[in-house]
Design a protein around this ligand. Structure first.
Ligand code: CAA
Length: 258
């Protein structure tokens, strides 16, 4: 874990806390950050002792975007030829949940990274934006698509075309974030929420994440069918028997992950 150059990784019981750590660049996302995040989240996903991750930044910036200094000299051949930023899609294939805990700036790739997580908890200091148009480019890590799905066309279009930032209160009203938390309590509250998730039966957590995500990829009928089949599948798990017995016997469930 000490091999990472741009992130800090801490395990708090069944919660993995990943902190972006490039303070000199407001956590701008360069190639090393992606490599570090992919490695840390692959470790997290493979570790049966871990149930939920929290991804956070600093008080000033979750991440101020893709690293502009790294992109400055790149041309079309470098970008298209190497399919630049496609590696971020691998983060979204993490099967266990990841909560983004956002304080300060989440701009450009920073906003996009937060939206790749399963939900966003925002400090009251959070500011979200897609300011790439001001650099004569556009979102490149899924921002135009995920923001439009999260907040609808009007706000997504305005933000992409003007670069206007949304504060935490507006982001909560618009449905971009699930809750706003006083900045001083953000990380503790996110870890607490992650611990709640990590205490659930692991297969049920995977299934719940998978079916909510299906809502963004399928028709309603297909999504409902997918949900029902996964729901049926959970009745093949030992934890379902345990969960329902524990309810009836008025005691906490003891999960085996089977
Ligand atoms: N890339 C590289 N370096 C960055 C950066 C970024 N995205 N954002 C900030 N930094 C660096 C600054 O260059 C500065 O470094 P130096 O001290 O070496 O000059 C340091 O971080 C501190 O930043 P500022 O002095 O600018 O801090 P500020 O408080 O005055 O302003 C800010 C904060 C409004 C967030 C401002 O830094 C800013 O506008 N950053 C760029 C935001 C942006 O355009 N993001 C989109 C990037 S493109 C993208 O993300 C593409 C994509 O979709 C994938």
């Amino acid at each position: 874990m000490s091999d990472y150059q741009t992130i800090l990784v801490e395990r708090r019981e069944r919660v993995t806390l990943v902190t972006l750590n490039r303070p000199e660049a407001l956590n701008a996302l360069n190639a090393q950050v992606l490599d570090d995040l992919l490695a840390a989240l692959a470790d997290f996903d493979a570790d049966d002792g871990q149930g939920c991750a929290v991804l956070t930044g600093s008080a000033k910036a979750f991440a101020a975007g893709a690293d502009i200094k790294e992109m400055q000299a790149m041309d079309f051949a470098a970008m298209y030829g190497r399919n630049h930023f496609s590696g971020y899609e691998r983060l979204t294939q993490t099967r266990k949940p990841i909560i983004a805990a956002v304080a300060g700036y989440a701009l450009g790739g920073g906003c996009e990274l937060a939206m790749m997580c399963d939900f966003i908890l925002a400090a009251d200091t959070a500011k979200f934006g897609q300011p790439e148009v001001k650099l004569a480019v556009s979102p490149g890590m899924g921002g135009s698509q995920r923001l439009a799905r999260a907040v609808g066309k009007a706000k997504a279009m305005e933000m992409c075309l003007t670069g206007r930032m949304m504060d935490a209160a507006e982001a909560e009203r618009a449905g971009l974030v699930s809750r706003v938390i006083p900045a001083a309590d953000l990380v503790e509250e996110a870890v607490k929420t992650a611990a709640t998730i990590a205490a659930m039966a692991p297969l049920a957590v995977l299934a719940n994440k998978e079916m909510v995500n299906a809502a963004f990829e399928t028709t309603l009928a297909q999504g409902v069918q997918f949900e029902r089949r996964l729901f049926h599948g959970l009745f093949g798990t030992a934890d379902q028997s345990e969960g329902m017995a524990a309810f009836v016997e008025k005691r906490p469930g003891a999960w085996t992950g089977r």
